[in-house]
Ligand binder design. Sequence first.
Ligand code: ASP
Length: 347
Amino acid sequence: MMRFLVFWLVMFIMACNPQSNETLDREEEEAHIIKKSDPPVAIVIHGGAGTILKEHLSDSLEKRYLFVLDSIISAGHQALEEGEEAVNVVIKVISAMEDSPLFNAGKGAVFTNDGINELDASIMKGKDRSAGAVARVKSIKNPIQLAHVVMERSNHVFLSGDGAEQFAKSQGIEKIDPAYFFVQSRYDALLRSKEKSSVSSVTLSEDEKFGTVGCVALDKNGDIVAGTSTGGMTNKRFGRIGDSPIIGAGTYADNQIGGVSATGWGEFFIRNVVAYDILARMLYRNVDLEQAAREVIFNVLEPHGGDGGVVCLDKDGNVAMVFNTAGMYRAAIDGNGIKQVGIYEMD
Ligand code: ASP
């Protein structure tokens, strides 16, 4: 138990400290075997997809991302190995990513047109298809935890705005000063986006929407849980909500098939019901996870003009990380104990 707590603490500190000098001398993409467990456990995460080019990331920032992704996936996998339930692992992993200013979720969320942060999150359990989601919350430190409480303690699936915050209060969840979410680089991104939209008709910044976080886990009981959390898209307005809190679009889980968490241009993921479509193809057409994910990203999403990616796993512990953008922050340890951590183009 003590070992478990210490592990999470270390991971948390690493995720929160973007200035750490800690470096990992490794290639951008690596794959090595951790441990094969029986029954298999597996975990996969993303930290957003987009125009992530090597020339845009300094060496130290690249190492920082790789280190955080590696720490988080390893801690999540160890917890599953020790018998932790998938639901708890998904909440802890996403909370750690929400607490890290590296990602567009929780602290470090992008700004709306009004210069505030509005956060969306969802979680789904594959065992009974229970689900919880929140949108446009402004003073909840960890939206994924509120989504979980919606799932466990309300009769509803999806709460939004002031109502979601009232519900949080009724459940004893503390409010946080919205200033907590501020990160200068995200604010600068808003200013750039506003400048661009004043000279063209672009209202949402396509290049600066990324950094959403997600996690899918398979535990020793065969339970699959998926979750996603985001600040949405830079410069969003009119109460815009993307796919991340929408069950079936940004998040889906079913123990008989698998689980999916998505990231990318939310409008396209909503219209194409991306997360559910991947699992439906596996169920109805009997295609494997990787093929189903590729079909949806490249043959459905892309022809409609959408971009982004998904991380998914199936009931046997196979994982897939598929995207049509230049990069996607990602990591996985599959049911055979094979670890992958990557940022740039797919294999
Ligand atoms: N899907 C998110 C949204 O549209 C953004 C992202 O994943 O980067 O709100």
